[in-house]
Write a protein that binds this ligand. Structure first.
Ligand code: ADP
Ligand code: ASP
Ligand code: MG
Length: 404
């Protein structure tokens, strides 16, 4: 069977007109003799609306019930797509995660798909039907509904492509593909024809919203090529693929950024072995992700200043946990919510010297102060004042010749 998996994001199913447009795309693949499996997100804004309802009920809403609620948006969009296909004379029906079932493991709201029962879907495909599968959801070993992290329909599509050995997996979204940076913020951003899994994973983890990071890990592990295309325009998109298929011409493939960071500095921390672990242990236990870290030894060598970044939404909880932590002593805690992280990403930096210098120099020339730095083999991230964010992205985009 020549199977294609088509995933439609929230904006692509954002209105009745758009849903009608989506069914036209589906039919175009049927005409090319593909067996089509559709995975859809909820109508854009719906998942946020549902999440807000839970907050109005309780600040401590049970995570199992949270998943039960936020997963319902996909039921609507999938049934509408199936309904429209029926209207046009095609055999189609919607499937919720539990009806297939799609099995997940891990915590509520952040589960991972590990298995999909293929039987019913294969039967339906053989009858000539178009199954429309809800993204973002599955069930766990207790038979309860789970969700797989915000933006998770991408990962649903990749896992469906894996289990059904699809020939193609196409992610339909509201931009023409993966760009060198967010095209909605930087008009000079350029579409990338081919990008490696590794680079896409870093770009996504560092703020590029276009693909959910877990989905890229799943695609990489299972060697699934992903096409990213615009659902509103019939033009070529981007391919996310193995490193060896990708051009080595560019040192830097893209620039990513985040806006929701917060910086915490502990001044005058008593410096002794284990102090950093004592600071971070309660954060880890409360699922607070610490991102960048920098530690300075003070001149008297007895005290240190420790700076780290977290997500904005975790700041209040982090301050509380630090203040009640009896294992650490410090003079003062200073926090800053007006910071942003800018990153350059590219496998080319492994073999090209001087990338760090070029990045820092370009920022310095624009008078942009770097507050914290973190690096990996294929990325360099810096923390800057939020007001400098756009300027920093623009100058780095230009410096690494991504404008052309
Ligand atoms: P969907 O609802 O289709 O899943 P998302 O909103 O999750 O779509 O992702 C698409 C958005 O990602 C685009 O509208 C774009 O603004 C944003 N984006 C951020 N960085 C990039 C990038 N490097 N390339 C393409 N899009 C990006
Ligand atoms: N509807 C879910 C969300 O908004 C999943 C997705 O869109 O991929 O996060
Ligand atoms: Mg998305």
């Amino acid at each position: 069977m020549k199977i294609v998996v088509l995933k439609f994001g929230g904006t692509s199913v954002g209105s009745i007109d758009r849903i009608k447009k989506v069914t036209k795309i589906i039919i175009s693949y049927l005409k090319k003799k593909y067996k089509v499996i559709v995975v859809s997100s909820a109508i854009s804004g719906e998942t946020n609306r549902l999440a807000k309802l839970t907050k109005q009920i309780s600040n401590n809403f049970p995570s199992s019930e949270y998943d039960s609620i936020v997963s319902t948006g996909e039921q609507i969009s999938c049934a509408l797509i199936a309904g429209r296909l029926n209207h046009l004379g095609y055999l189609s029906r919607s499937w919720l995660g539990w009806q297939i079932p799609i099995f997940t493991t891990g915590n509520y709201s952040n589960s991972r798909i590990y298995s999909i029962n293929k039987k019913k879907i294969l039967q339906f495909l053989k009858q000539g039907g178009v199954p429309i599968i809800t993204g973002f959801q599955g069930i766990n070993s207790q038979n309860r509904i789970t969700t797989i992290g915000r933006g998770g329909s991408d990962a649903s599509a990749i896992m469906v492509a894996k289990f059904f050995s699809a020939k193609r997996c196409v992610i339909y979204t509201d931009v023409n593909g993966v760009y060198t940076t967010d095209p909605k913020i930087v008009p000079n951003a350029k579409k990338i024809k081919k990008i490696s899994y590794e680079e896409m994973l870093e770009m996504a983890s560092l703020g590029a919203k276009v693909m959910q990071p877990n989905s890229i890990q799943d695609a990489r592990l299972n060697r699934i090529d992903i096409e990213v295309r615009n659902s509103f325009k019939n033009i070529s998109g981007s391919l996310i693929t193995k490193r060896k298929n990708v051009s080595k011409k560019n040192i830097i493939r893209g620039v990513s950024f985040t806006k929701n960071d917060a910086k915490v500095t502990l001044i005058g921390v008593k410096d002794s072995p284990g102090v950093a672990a004592a600071i971070f242990e309660p954060l880890f236990k409360n699922s607070i992700n610490v991102d960048m870290v920098v530690q300075n030894i003070s001149s008297n060598k007895k005290e240190t200043d420790l700076t780290f970044t977290i997500k904005n939404e975790d700041l209040t909880k982090t301050k509380k946990l630090i203040k009640v932590n009896k294992k650490i002593r410090f003079k003062k805690i200073v926090t800053d919510e007006n910071v942003s992280k800018v990153s350059i990403i590219g496998v080319g930096m492994i073999t090209t010297p001087g990338v760090t210098f070029r990045m820092f120099n370009a920022l310095a020339k624009k008078n942009i102060n770097i507050q914290v730095i973190s690096t990996s083999e294929i990325k360099i991230s810096v923390l800057v004042k939020q007001q400098n964010l756009k300027k920093a992205v623009d100058v780095l985009h230009k410096e690494f010749k991504l404008d052309y």
